[in-house]
Ligand binder design. Structure first.
Ligand code: ADP
Length: 606
């Protein structure tokens, strides 16, 4: 095999078929794409693949990527498969009894067929591990939750691909987009993606919740279990089986699960087919509306999957009456969509605030990309590099010059109290009170110099005190954030700008180069020195030649690790606590965040 080629076999082992592809990720080419349908067993189908690949001219592989439906709460990232990972996937079988066993069988046969070739598990659930607790929690008894009962979300590989493709098409960083991704295939789900991370997905603990699907019901009242037992004498297993296999479009239409047949019959006047289409579209529209509410708006609605890619009439029905969101749908563009490759046409009018994009999903390609990414990660460079100092910041505010005058009097200029460790930044003598609908935080330090927009940074626990839901954002990204009242010595103002700061590392350009990191990369960081050592994920790297390299965490994060942060008046170095970057997980396309020293916060412990 040539050095400039990196061949990855991707395997999607389902209960009735095994799809496999080979990609050369170095040359970004697909070499093979095949499916073995109606298999007697996954093992049997898998054992046929080496000979089939030989016929297709593929004799050597560099790696194998497996689609694994359920990774539980443990996996946020693809994993190189070893005995421990296999055990973890086995542990998730009760959560995905139909899907994880075929994947495990595929892994087992692949390791026998290609001994020594690295295998990677790419989880459907991983992309959704950023869903906040308020969205993944079912309101059920605690003992149930302790068994792992919560919402996980699925189709993560597809939704992540769509996110990246949309950002690429719009030439806009994902961190500036609120995307609602609609994967409408036989299985179907809607995903709310806020600034590069999944914040909700219509599938839940299993792939049964949410949209109407080919043969799956999507949302039903859990009360139907007792009702059907009483009225029809059905068992739990019978009901569950019917919800997976005899419901959805097939049940509604009475014509099977193929949308093409249903649309044809509907056009010929079949009432059940018409009703099936209406129920399907209504449910999807309902989720899109809900997710626009969740994200405080939407910039892009994306359609993918067999129905999303091909059914212009379904896209139109779903997008009806979204003018209140700022969507002006273009019917001509919609009916003219013909996807042949990875095009991503837009089907809104030019003046529409919300964009609507149609694109093919490429889950197999994405699995190959994820496999290559995980295998190419640098191995523990931190061991040879000095640790990163950690500083703890308490609540603080940044103000505009206008706000300073409104709060402290006309012509007022902030007084420097002390310099902060990042050059050019200081804590002021002045403080303000931050007031929310439920409570207030007194004497919050103002930091200088003044900025183009007000920004109030608090810890999550303080948001409860104020009675406001503060979003986790990077400094400078305050658009659409909650409004609070600031009270100074001479007056009060109401302003948006309330955030919980996304944890980040200020990194000098030289230090970033030494670690192979770029501005906007996200890394995992192990903290050493606190009483309860811990790791932080999704730590954003901010690079500038003027920065002093330092990791900033807030008081909640410091408390979680028993990291000391005594001291007053400024950002407090955490004595004895240092950080090591242990893992780099930069989603392609996320690496574009606005950064200038003016954006950079320095914080203080009040
Ligand atoms: P899977 O989830 O199994 O990968 P697909 O993404 O291939 O499924 O989607 C299958 C669905 O797409 C089926 O309901 C099929 O009828 C529908 N579909 C495919 N082509 C069209 C089309 N031209 N018009 C309407 N629906 C279509």
């Amino acid at each position: 095999m040539k050095n400039d080629s990196f061949r990855i076999l991707t395997i999607n082992a389902g209960s009735s078929s095994v799809k496999y592809s080979v990609f050369d990720t170095a040359a970004n080419r697909q070499l093979v794409h095949s499916e073995i349908e109606r298999v007697a067993s996954v093992e049997e189908a898998m054992r046929r693949i080496p000979a089939l690949l030989k016929e297709q001219g593929v004799t050597e592989l560099n790696a194998i990527g497996h689609r694994v439906a359920h990774g539980g709460a443990k996996f946020r990232e693809p994993q190189v498969i070893d005995s421990e990972v296999i055990k973890d996937i086995e542990d998730c079988v009760p959560l995905a009894p139909l899907h994880n066993p075929p994947a495990l069988a595929g892994i087992k046969v692949a390791s026998d067929a290609w001994p020594g070739v690295k295998q990677v598990a790419v989880f459907d659930t991983a992309f959704h591990q950023t869903i906040p607790e308020r969205a993944f929690t079912y309101a059920v008894p605690d003992a149930w939750c302790k068994t792992g009962l919560r919402r996980y979300g699925f189709h993560g590989t597809s939704h992540k691909y769509v996110m990246m493709r949309v950002a690429e098409e719009l030439k806009t960083p994902v961190t500036e987009l609120r995307i609602i991704s609609c994967h409408l295939g036989n299985g179907a789900s809607v995903c709310a993606i806020e600034r590069g991370v999944s914040v909700d997905n219509s599938m839940g603990m299993t792939s049964l919740e949410g949209l109407v699907m080919g043969t799956r019901s999507g949302d039903v009242d859990p009360g139907i279990f007792a009702y059907l037992k009483r009225t029809l004498g059905l068992t739990v297993e019978q009901i569950e089986d019917a919800l997976y296999k005899e419901s959805g479009l097939a049940a509604l239409s009475g014509l099977g699960n193929d949308m093409r047949d249903i649309e044809k019959q509907a056009a010929e006047g079949n009432k059940k087919a018409q009703s099936a289409i209406q129920v399907y579209a209504y449910r999807a529209r309902k989720y899109i509306g809900a997710y626009a509410a969740v994200m405080g708006g939407v910039d892009v609605i994306a359609f993918t999957g067999g129905i999303g890619e091909n059914s212009a009439s379904m896209r139109k029905r779903i997008c009806e009456r979204f003018d209140y969101l700022g969507l002006d749908f273009d019917e001509d563009k919609n009916v003219n969509v013909k996807l042949t490759d990875s095009e991503a046409p837009q089907i809104q009018r030019d003046n529409s605030r919300v964009r609507v994009i149609v694109t093919q999903t490429r889950e197999q390609w994405m699995i190959a990309q994820e496999t290559a990414r995980i295998l190419s990660l640098k191995q523990a460079p931190a061991e040879t590099l000095p640790p990163i100092p950690v500083a703890v910041s308490a609540h603080h505010v940044h103000l505009t010059e206008t706000a300073v005058e409104q709060l402290f009097g006309k012509g007022h200029v902030l007084h420097i109290r002390n310099q902060l460790s990042q050059p050019g930044f200081w804590a002021a003598e002045e403080t303000v009170d931050v007031i929310g609908p439920r409570g207030e935080i007194k004497n919050v330090r103002v930091l200088g110099p003044c900025r183009p927009a007000n920004q109030i940074e608090i810890a999550e626990t303080e948001a409860f005190k104020l009675g406001v839901d503060a979003p986790v954002r990077l400094s400078g990204d305050t658009k659409g954030t909650p409004v609070v009242t600031l009270r100074g010595s001479a007056g009060s103002i109401q302003t948006e700008g309330l955030i919980v700061a996304k944890r980040h590392i200020h990194m000098n350009t030289k230090d970033a180069e030494a670690r192979g990191l770029h501005h906007g990369d996200q890394v995992e960081v192990a903290m050493h020195g606190g009483d309860r050592e811990l790791s932080f994920r999704n730590v954003v790297i901010r690079v500038d030649p003027r920065f002093v390299t330092e990791m900033h965490i807030d008081t909640d994060e410091a408390n979680a690790g028993h990291i000391e942060h005594s001291g007053a008046g400024e950002l407090t170095p955490a004595p004895g606590c240092t950080a090591h970057i242990t893992h780099c997980h930069t989603p392609a396309g996320v690496a574009e965040q606005s950064c200038c020293l003016n954006d950079t916060k320095k914080k203080e412990a009040a």
